[in-house]
Design a binder for this molecule. Structure first.
Ligand code: MLT
Length: 261
């Protein structure tokens, strides 16, 4: 991975392949590694940029609050640092999708198209905000195990291979508690972006796992109905972590979408 000086910190970034740039933005509290199957296949034909977001993966921990705006500005700065002027395909899962809305608000000129996986446009409901603050306190007191215990049961379909669940658990357990708490604070106060959906004027692909409990298939279908030029794929037998659970189907859909550019 490349080590890039970005907005006062150093961020680790995968930069592989050549051609149309595809930016893969991971979910919470994860790292670029959730995109391993996509990096391998897409980089044969495209330039794949897959950062570890500030505070996550191989980066140093981040305390305080990690806002979606900060992440969005880091992503734009990564593109600058890599001298990528061509508009990119932004592909984000869950928190990576929450960041997309701020990337759209602040850096829309950098976008060619967007792929939203298992994510939401609305802000957190009150009970969700409360739960995030509870989880943040618990993680700061007891470590990332508290986050893994609460989140893991909701991330995968029942039939998903347990080795995939274990690999994701290892990523969560290796994440600094301060970073987990900081991102929880940022997600809890993120803006509602529902009104942006109808304004997205770049080609969009929405992918969701049939059994996703966090961003449900019906919620994502409504999102697809709101976005003007939007394809929709519901992946059978998958949960929230669809790129890890059904990599072949997801890669096939992404490759077909990217073929348009
Ligand atoms: C994620 O996968 O990024 C998280 O589930 C997002 C969330 O907690 O809302």
């Amino acid at each position: 991975m490349k080590q890039l000086a970005i907005n006062g910190t150093t961020l680790s970034v995968v930069d592989e392949g050549e051609g149309h740039p595809v930016l893969l933005v991971h979910g919470f509290p994860l790292s670029h590694s959730m995109w391993s199957a996509q990096i391998e296949v897409l980089s044969a034909k495209y330039r794949v940029i897959a950062p570890d977001l500030r505070g996550f993966g191989q980066n140093e921990s981040a305390a305080g609050k990690l806002t979606m705006e900060q992440f969005a500005d880091d992503l734009a700065a990564i593109l600058d640092e890599l001298q990528i002027e061509q508009p990119v395909t932004y592909c984000g899962l869950s928190m990576g999708g929450y960041i997309f809305w701020d990337f759209w608000r602040r850096h829309a000129d950098r976008l060619n198209s967007v792929i939203l996986c298992d994510t939401r446009a609305v802000a957190d409901e009150e009970d969700k905000v409360r739960n995030r603050h509870k989880m943040a306190a618990s993680v700061l007191n007891h470590g990332p195990e508290a986050c893994a215990r609460i989140m893991l049961p909701g991330l995968f379909a029942e039939q998903t291979d347990r080795s995939i669940v274990a690999s994701l658990e290892a990523v969560i357990l290796a994440t600094p508690p301060e970073s987990i708490a900081a991102a929880l604070g940022g997600m809890a106060e993120r803006a509602d972006s529902a009104e942006l959906q109808s304004k997205i004027d770049v080609p969009t692909l929405i992918i969701v796992g049939e059994h996703d409990k966090i961003s449900t298939a019906s919620e994502m279908r409504s999102m697809a109905d709101e976005i003007p030029d939007c394809d929709f794929l519901e992946v059978p037998g998958a949960g929230h972590m669809v790129p890890m659970e059904k990599p072949e189907l997801v890669n096939e859909a992404i490759l077909a979408f990217l073929n348009r550019f």
